[in-house]
Design a protein around this ligand. Structure first.
Ligand code: DSN
Length: 418
């Protein structure tokens, strides 16, 4: 970073500080990961200088000799990795990708059905504060109070009653396997388009550690930077060609201008990496790690939503521990354990001060950690949270001790790309 350091030392220092912070902390944020050096290099290229509105072979600017090849490679790799007929790699991120799904299939006022945000859905699945909840007519499903899981009979009842034109499955805080065939059957019964938002689990799907929505969902939407371990970006895919034109038109010119070509190149690199045996092993280890961590936390008396996990994600209600999710996440962060506070189903607290925390194992797995380290991390989480519930002094002592131990662990597991 010699140029950055000389032109803007202030920003260069902050980038270095963030790199140190990422190296020294245990990343347990379920939507984050560490990309490879190759992906990082692709994002920092001259491709950022180029405008290329349109699609390969049909652009509105000249000079696309190279960009067309890059975008075509990314598309072909996405198609091959996920086994789909159509892929659009241009969405800037998950929210614009999902908005493009609305643009492709709905007109304002139409009914969309998605999982409610407090139950694990995403803002763009029709939540009230999102444009998707304001401009469309949202209806919601959740999880059962007794199981913490989606009740497909309830989903069917709501769908038959409300007749949505679009159904979203998937979300941001779902610790269990998504039943794509069951959602597809309901969508077919009511004549709705089924969109599977696999942003969180795309890497698991690609690596064979979660069932695929291909052949079930009409549209698949995903970010590229979570378990898939690519740059910040998104993709829209479709099993058949039927919806290809509508999806492409919705992304450009419907919602976006020029694609971010440096991101497209980095997506291509990440998709190449995701097609390897190493990546498949990583995907399965992510799940094994989440299970080990969940078992450790449950054994220590934590209340896990749905009782455990099938994927990379654990959602815990801290109410029985006597503290809120926010102070817990803040204390854990000071101890070098990075999580996020999160609402839990039927939460009685506010979204900015909810009852739960969300934990994911993609980042730690990318660092090479395994089940033994997960059990250690579970013990640290317990020590910090238990101390915090006892008071400030106890918490301070535990945070300082755990932070030192975390530093020792992270030094043994260097993060990729840093
Ligand atoms: N912000 C993402 C997450 O953390 O799951 C979803 O958009």
């Amino acid at each position: 970073m010699s140029s950055l350091s000389s032109v803007d030392p202030q920003i260069a220092e902050l980038v270095k500080a963030e790199e140190r912070r990422q190296a020294d902390t245990v990343k347990l944020i379920a939507s984050e990961n560490y990309v490879s050096k190759a992906v990082l290099e692709a994002t920092g290229t001259v491709l950022t200088n180029k405008y290329s509105e349109g699609y390969p072979g049909k652009r509105y600017y000249e000079g696309q000799q190279v960009i067309d090849q890059i975008e075509t490679i990314a598309i072909e790799r996405a198609k091959s990795l996920f086994g789909v007929n159509h892929a659009n790699v241009q969405p800037y991120s998950g929210s614009p990708a999902n908005l493009a799904v609305y643009m492709a299939f709905l007109t304002p006022g139409d009914t969309v059905m998605g999982m409610g945000l407090p139950f694990g859905g995403h803002l763009t699945h029709g939540w009230s504060v999102s444009a998707t909840g304001k401009w469309f007519n949202p209806v919601r499903y959740g999880v059962r109070k007794d199981t913490g899981r989606v009740d497909m009979d309830e989903v069917r009842e709501i769908a038959l009653r409300e007749r949505p034109k679009l159904i979203f499955c998937g979300g941001t805080a779902i610790p269990r396997t998504i039943d794509f065939p069951a959602f597809a059957e309901i969508a077919r019964e009511v004549g709705a388009v089924l969109a599977a938002d696999i942003a969180h689990i795309a890497g698991l799907v690609a690596g064979g550690a979660h069932p695929s929505p291909v052949g079930h969902a009409d549209v698949i939407s995903t970010t590229t930077h979570k378990t898939l371990r690519g740059p910040r970006g998104a993709m829209l895919m479709a099993t058949s060609d039927e919806h290809a034109a509508a999806l492409n038109k919705a992304v450009f010119p419907g919602l976006q201008g020029g694609p971010h070509n440096h991101t497209t190149a980095a997506i291509a690199v990440a998709l190449k990496e995701a097609a390897t045996d190493d990546f498949r092993a990583y995907a399965h280890q992510v799940v094994a790690n989440a299970r080990a961590l969940a078992e450790e936390l449950a054994a220590r008396g934590f209340d896990l939503v749905s009782g455990g996990t099938d994927n990379h994600l654990i959602l815990m209600d801290l109410t029985p521990k006597g503290i809120g999710g926010k102070p817990a996440a803040q204390a854990l962060d000071r101890a070098g354990l990075e999580t996020n506070y999160n609402t839990v189903p039927f939460d009685t607290r506010k979204p900015f001060d909810p009852s739960g925390i969300r934990i994911g194992t993609a980042g730690v797995t990318s660092r090479g950690m395994g089940e033994d380290e997960m059990r250690q991390i579970g013990a640290w989480i317990d020590q910090v949270v238990t101390a915090l519930a006892k008071g400030e002094d106890e918490a301070e002592h535990a945070i300082t001790r755990v932070a030192g131990e975390v530093r020792e662990l992270t030094s043994r597991f260097p993060a990729p790309g840093l």
